[in-house]
Design a protein around this ligand. Sequence first.
Ligand code: EPZ
Length: 419
Amino acid sequence: MQKIVVQGGLPLRGEVRISGAKNAVLPILCAGLLADAELVVRNVPNLHDVKTTLRLLAELGCGITLDDSFTIRIDPTRVRNHDHVAPYELVKTMRASVLVLGPLLAKFGAAEVSLPGGCAIGSRPVDQHIKGMQALGADVVVEHGFIKARAKRLKGARVVFDMVSVGATENVLMAAILAEGRTVLENAAKEPEIVDLAECLVAMGARIEGAGSDRIVVEGVERLGGGEHAVVADRIEAGTFLVAAAMTGGAITATHARPDTMGVVLDKLREAGAALECGEDRIQLEMRGRPRAVNITTAPHPAFPTDMQAQFMAMDCIADGVGVINETIFENRFMHVQELLRLGADIRVEGHTAIVRGVESLSGAPVMATDLRASASLVLAGLVASGETTIDRIYHLDRGYENIEAKLSGLGARIRRID
Ligand code: EPZ
């Protein structure tokens, strides 16, 4: 089992290149199943979850080729016309595998996808995904741990989601592309990753209006050609590095970024006392002295992203003042609290609220990663803790961050991976 060892106390300085967004590239790769020709995806991040998705697509019969610049070519023309099964072994390691459901159903009229099951941060149901497929005319049964869906041809419909769901919006959007007639998605998620997926689908010949708003209208088409798309920058990776720089009192520039997708996160960093300069694809941050504590309430985009909650909690741990953090999206996304307490933080959890009282300094210790963003918050805390912090189970980290220790080392951090 690999670990990461961080030596705290050094301000981060320099430039870091932001990779393509994990939460955009995963649905975009699945969208390749909808096409009759090759889809070329550029700016793909080198992540474990990307490799898992490619394995799943290959198992379904897609031809996959990787260029050295991590450009991926998906050839869906050899996908078999039968047994479209996303097996439990793959789905249990990555919930986003459920995103092959919509494309398989729309293109081949049948799909069997293992129920993803829960994960550390919550039960993660897929009832809205199923509701959307049924609204489009699919017969869906859930048995023996599988979602089994069938449909001669999907028919456009009006789908009103009971709650805002990124994955359900993406899955049903992809299913609607090849449905007959018009589909209207109401109460749709508005995340930038959905806009990016829609841009890729339109490049392939789809007809979509309103992506990025809570009402998306799709005019079904007969077929989808191939296409080419460069994945949007990862706003969560960028936010993670900016918080790291703010915590360490450093000055960094994030390049190949998309500040226009990060409004509320950048505002919160300013509120904490960071000086920010944004260009079209770059973000400069400088923090003098100790951050001020900030209050956070997570909610669907454009409100504060739940995927940045753990990172800002780490900053509040050493900030001046008390920060109150409300997690409204997932029922168990405070797994990092216990580990931050081991580093000397002062945090009290009451239900979905964490009250963080900033301390002068944290002290390094062995800690354990529990989920992707919790792992990131432990690395950030290690960057400021006195002495050495060792983070175990860092396979969580590798799911969503490309070479995080290389990028942090490039900014002057003393961080290394050990077996
Ligand atoms: C996506 O997960 C992201 N993952 C998550 O990022 C992110 O935290 C989440 O959106 C919220 O922004 C990917 O894009 C691959 P949801 P998703 O459906 O789609 C409930 C990371 O760290 N819900 O928007 O699974 C659900 O339980 C990951 O990069 C239902 O009840 O999230 C949750 O409470 C973690 N029924 C809420 O909605 C459903 O059918 C939002 O979930 C679907 C969701």
